[in-house]
Design a protein around this ligand. Structure first.
Ligand code: C5P
Length: 223
């Protein structure tokens, strides 16, 4: 079986993570959640008292944390300086500050290097999900997918994922999501964008199993 590199990009709440993990598991591929890496570096900045709204301060220290990503689609793992960071990177605070950190070119250069090394080491191939995978990180990917959905559908999915004190009403989730996508799409360095040769899949009216089936079919066509 040939190795295959699959890039799955799109804004938040389009089902990128669930789709990417399921496709990787079904096809026996590795999996990389690049958003988790940007969240991890943001969490490290916040816990170390770095002003994340100061790009110079962020750039000066962004090489320090050791960020390690697991590539098992059935048990995605992320650690910072050896400590499990899977829980802390999902807080509302990290979610609301991550776009400021991910816009800093030095941060992107460092994280992009980690991502390319992980993809190169994946012998059977890998599904990499993010915002700039098809355009910047792996422009030579064999399959490029861009997932979209209406803001209402995305907010409803995201609210459903939040638990306990992090739970928010639909209107505020929708606003936060639109704000984050606008920041991610308008930054100067590798913004959220559809690659010219990516296949766009609108997931608004599709169930998760339908999206997975569609992406698996697109990958199988290419290998
Ligand atoms: O996918 P997730 O919502 O966890 O991503 C968190 C944030 O990480 C995004 O809002 C974006 O700022 C950043 N990100 C990025 N490039 C990627 C993946 C994520 O800038 N490839």
């Amino acid at each position: 079986m040939e190795s295959v590199i699959v890039a799955i990009d799109g804004p938040s709440g389009t089902g990128k993570s669930s789709t990417s993990r399921a496709v990787a598991a079904e096809l026996g591929l590795s999996y990389l959640d690049t958003g988790a890496q940007y969240r991890a570096i943001t969490w490290w900045m916040l816990t170390n008292g770095i002003d994340v709204d100061d790009p110079g301060a962020v750039a000066a220290v962004c090489g320090k944390p050791v960020i390690e990503s697991g590539t098992d689609p059935l048990a995605p793992a992320i650690s910072v300086d050896g400590a499990d960071a899977a829980g802390p990177i999902r807080t509302r605070e990290v979610t609301s500050r991550v776009s400021a950190v991910s816009a800093v070119p030095e941060v992107r250069a460092r994280i992009t290097g980690l991502q390319r090394a992980i993809a190169a080491a994946a012998e059977k191939g890998i599904v990499v999900e993010g915002r700039d995978i098809g355009t910047t990180v792996l422009p030579g990917a064999d399959v490029k997918i861009f997932l979209t959905a209406s803001p209402e559908a995305r907010a409803a999915r995201r609210s459903g994922e939040l638990k306990g004190s992090e739970a928010a009403d639909l209107a505020s989730t929708r606003e936060a999501l639109i704000r984050r996508d606008a920041a991610d799409s308008s930054r100067k360095t590798s913004p959220l964008a559809k690659a010219g040769d990516a296949v766009e899949v609108d997931t608004t009216d599709l169930t998760l199993p339908q999206v997975i089936e569609c992406v698996v079919a697109l990958v199988e066509e290419k290998r």
